[in-house]
Design a protein around this ligand. Structure first.
Ligand SMILES: [Zn+2]
Length: 299
């Protein structure tokens, strides 16, 4: 990484309308900035993710208000991670905040610990998180999905189950074949494996790959990844292939009694060299250690 990484700030000028009434504030490939969505219906608007910290949340709220006009706002998150959801306090009281139950429970359980951990990621990240408060949703849904009528347009919030986190959620806009994947899929970026045992071990790569298979089978016209450029179904297929490939390669070494350190030493450089144009190579070793520890074998 560059010695002076760009500030993890959402840039409202990176706003574009990617389908009728569907806007994205692009991540500009800046680390710890996610793609953020605003979906407009005739009567209401939905915001997907907030960026990290109260100032980013306020920037996103301002963009959403500009776009939504008098329409009431609802906020949802793709998952609880700080760069996706720790700007939610800007929306508290001015938008209805909706999460799935697993996401809310995970935020309650891990929010403060993640806040502490991210503050150790350098002064720019600590500054972005200054003054962050973890806020509760106003509403939760239980079960696999919730449909919302925004007026002339329905959106579906779909709980993925344990995958990249315990509470991942995809957000679907069926009338334009569009899906926000959160960190279940990135584009030209190594998939993020937050595998930090013993503190953080809530990843299920097999379910993660199943969710991506389902998304792929639905042949979305537009996929907005958690980070990176939007595209089509190839984005989710690429990530699924990566999960399956790593699972297989680690398993064959694990079956020969190779330990995690040996697997990381052998496969890490190999895998990084196979994707020379993917960013955040540091996630490869975490992924390998996850597969080495669990023996997970996504299909
Ligand atoms: Zn994440």
């Amino acid at each position: 990484m560059d010695e002076t990484p760009p500030l993890p700030n959402v840039d409202p000028s990176a706003l574009s309308e990617i389908a009728k009434g569907v806007f994205v504030i692009g991540d500009r490939r800046v680390p710890l900035v996610p793609n953020i969505g605003v979906v407009l219906g005739d009567d209401a608007a939905l915001v997907v993710d907030t960026g990290m910290g109260p100032a980013n949340g306020a920037r996103v709220l301002e963009v959403a208000r500009d776009l939504a006009g008098l329409r009431p706002l609802t906020l949802t998150l793709t998952h609880f991670h700080p760069e996706h959801g720790f700007g939610a306090q800007a929306f508290k009281g001015v938008a209805k905040i909706i999460y799935n139950v697993a996401q809310r429970d995970e935020l309650r359980r891990k929010g403060e610990a993640f806040l502490g951990m991210f503050r150790t990621f350098g002064s720019a990240v600590a500054a972005a998180l200054e003054g962050t408060r973890i806020v509760e949703p106003d509403e939760v849904y239980d079960g696999p999905s919730a449909m919302f009528d925004l007026g002339g347009r329905s959106v579906e919030l779909r709980a993925a189950g344990k995958a990249h986190t315990l509470g991942d959620q995809t957000v679907h806009v069926p009338d334009c074949g569009l899906v926000f994947t959160g960190d279940l899929a990135e584009e030209r970026m190594f998939p993020i494996f937050p595998w930090f045992p013993p503190d953080e071990v809530d990843i299920d790569a097999a379910n993660w790959a199943r969710v991506l298979a389902t998304l792929s089978a639905e042949a979305p016209r537009v996929v907005v990844p958690g980070h990176g450029a939007r595209g089509g179904a190839e984005i989710v297929r690429t990530v699924r292939d990566y999960l399956i490939d790593l699972g297989r390669r680690v398993k064959s070494r694990r079956d020969k009694q190779e330990d995690a350190d040996a697997i990381v030493a052998a496969l890490g450089p190999e895998i990084r060299s196979e994707h020379p144009d993917w960013s955040q190579p540091e996630w490869v070793d975490f992924a390998l250690r996850y597969f080495a520890a669990t023996g997970a074998a996504p299909t």
